[in-house]
Each structure stands twice: as C-alpha cells, then as structure tokens.
Design a protein around this ligand. Structure first.
Ligand code: 2AM
Ligand code: CA
Length: 259
C-alpha cells in the first residue's frame, strides 16, 4: 500500500477511535452488563454501541469488511479487513474505570498494516503503520532495548497462567517484578513503549492483539506464540510479546529449558 494511502487510513482510524473514546467516557446509556463464556467474561451495551459506531464509520469511509468482538464477523481475511475491540478490558471498564482500551487494526491478507490503541482514561493514542514506526500521541516510540534480559525487566501477565505454566512463577520471581493491568492491548503498548519488558498470555483473540502486535513489532519487539511459532493475528491462541533478548530468554525458560 502507498504511504499516503496508509496515512490517510490511519488519520481516519485515529479520528474515529477518539470519538469512540468520548462515547465510552460518557455513554449516556445504562451499562446493562451481561456475561458471555463465563461469569467474568463481560460485555456491556457500551461495548456494543462503540463497536457499531466504529463499524459504521470505517465501513462508510472504506467499505472494507469488519471483524469485531461483539458480533461482527468476516467470511475471510483476504484483502483488507478491519479488526475492532470496542473495549479491551471490559472488566476494568465496569469495575475500576481505568486501564481499558479501544483497539482498531487494519489487516491486509491477515497481516496488520495499521494499528490504533487508545488508552481511554489516560488519553494516550498509540499508533503504528507497517514500516512507518510507532507513536504515542504523535511522538515516536524509540526502539526497545534489544540486549537486556528478563531478570532486569518488569513482566506483565495474568497470575492465572501459572496454573497451565508452572515455570512462570519462578520466572516472575527472577524478573524485576510483575504487573497486570487487565487489557491485553494496553499491556502490549506498555512493552512497546519500553516500560515493561514482556507480556505473556495464554489465550488472546485477534481483536485483542492485532493493533498492539504492530505497535510492538514497529518498536523492535518480538511477538510470537508461546512455543516460539509465528504470530498469526487471525487465530486465537497464546502470545509472548517482548524485547528481543527477553523474548528468547523467556521462550527458553518457560517452554524449552529441561527443568
Ligand atoms: P476483553 O476485555 O476485550 O474481553 C484480560 O484478561 C484480557 O484478556 C483483556 O484483554 C480481555 O479482553 C481478554 N479476555 C478476556 N476474556 C477473554 C477470553 N475468553 N478469550 C480471550 N481473551 C479474553
Ligand atoms: Ca472487548
């Protein structure tokens, strides 16, 4: 895609996401909380309204198909497809009222070429285009440290993952420290921004991570499945997004090391 075309699409995506953020902050409707796959997998009427708003805007602007967490489906990932998570961190949206994001990505044949992650309460807009770098509120994010190892960085993960991955407990103890915010998109943005060194999650969906994956790779982070295989944002699965040496160390430490 031409650089100019990509920039125009990014401008449109950013403007739409910022309007959607205003909706999330002041929705003017009852949340009407419902559960999905389990009692802590939540959706509100605001998730649905924000998704519909973004779908309408991006469809009108581009005509590309849209995959959204709250009900919008696509037949295939051929060509250009928008991926939306209207609220990533719905639990936070309901309970703590911070650390939730709006995530919008454009994929071309399944590869993210544009990503926007809006930290709604902090008012931070993370953006990236393929080959064009990553930014926070228009300021370039520098490249992450490629040499530092996992013992010297903060790691972000859900402690529940330790059940499936017992070695994670030791790795977290050996690291500088553990943090958890509850929005995969914001947790990955924290890694891209050079603050945390790695993010580990066993089960993410395309809309959670498509935009943030590009923001990470554009700052030099390595993003893969936990077993080291390539990330394909079209499929649900695990994710290890980290600074390069943190990534290789953790991948070995968590999966390959003899004990
Ligand atoms: P969500 O708020 O959009 O559902 C919190 O653990 C992180 O995991 C959030 O990014 C959250 O996204 C995501 N998440 C929650 N439940 C999930 C599920 N059943 N499958 C995949 N991701 C989930
Ligand atoms: Ca969501």
């Amino acid at each position: 895609m031409e650089k100019d075309e990509l920039q125009k699409l990014l401008d449109c995506a950013v403007s739409t996401v910022k309007q959607a953020a205003e909706m999330a902050l002041d929705p003017g409707i009852e949340l009407n909380i419902e559960t999905k796959s389990n009692r802590n997998d939540l959706v509100t009427d605001v998730d649905k309204a924000v998704e519909q708003f973004i779908v309408d805007k991006m469809t009108a602007a581009t005509g590309y198909p849209v995959l959204g967490e709250e009900g919008h489906r696509v037949d295939s990932f051929e060509g250009r497809v928008w991926l939306i998570d209207p609220i990533d961190g719905t639990m936070n949206y309901i309970e703590t009222r911070r650390d939730y994001a709006i995530s919008l990505a454009l994929c071309e044949n399944g590869v993210p070429v544009l990503g926007v992650v809006q930290d709604v309460v902090a008012g931070k807009t993370y953006t990236a285009t393929l080959g064009g770098g990553a930014f926070c509120n228009g300021t370039p994010l520098g490249k992450v440290d490629s040499a530092i190892d996992y013992r010297q960085v903060v790691l972000i993960t859900d402690l529940k993952e330790i059940r499936a991955l017992p070695r994670l407990a030791k790795a977290l103890e050996e690291s500088r420290g553990h943090r958890r915010y509850g929005s995969a998109a914001l947790e990955m943005a924290e890694v891209a921004a050079g603050k945390a060194g790695g993010f580990i999650h066993l089960w993410v969906s395309p809309w959670d991570i498509a935009a943030a994956t590009l923001i990470c790779t554009e700052t030099g982070c390595t993003v893969s499945r936990l077993d080291g295989t390539n990330m394909d944002v079209r499929q649900k699965g695990s994710i290890l997004a980290a600074w390069p040496t943190v990534h290789s160390d953790l991948q070995y430490r968590l999966i390959q090391a003899p004990n």
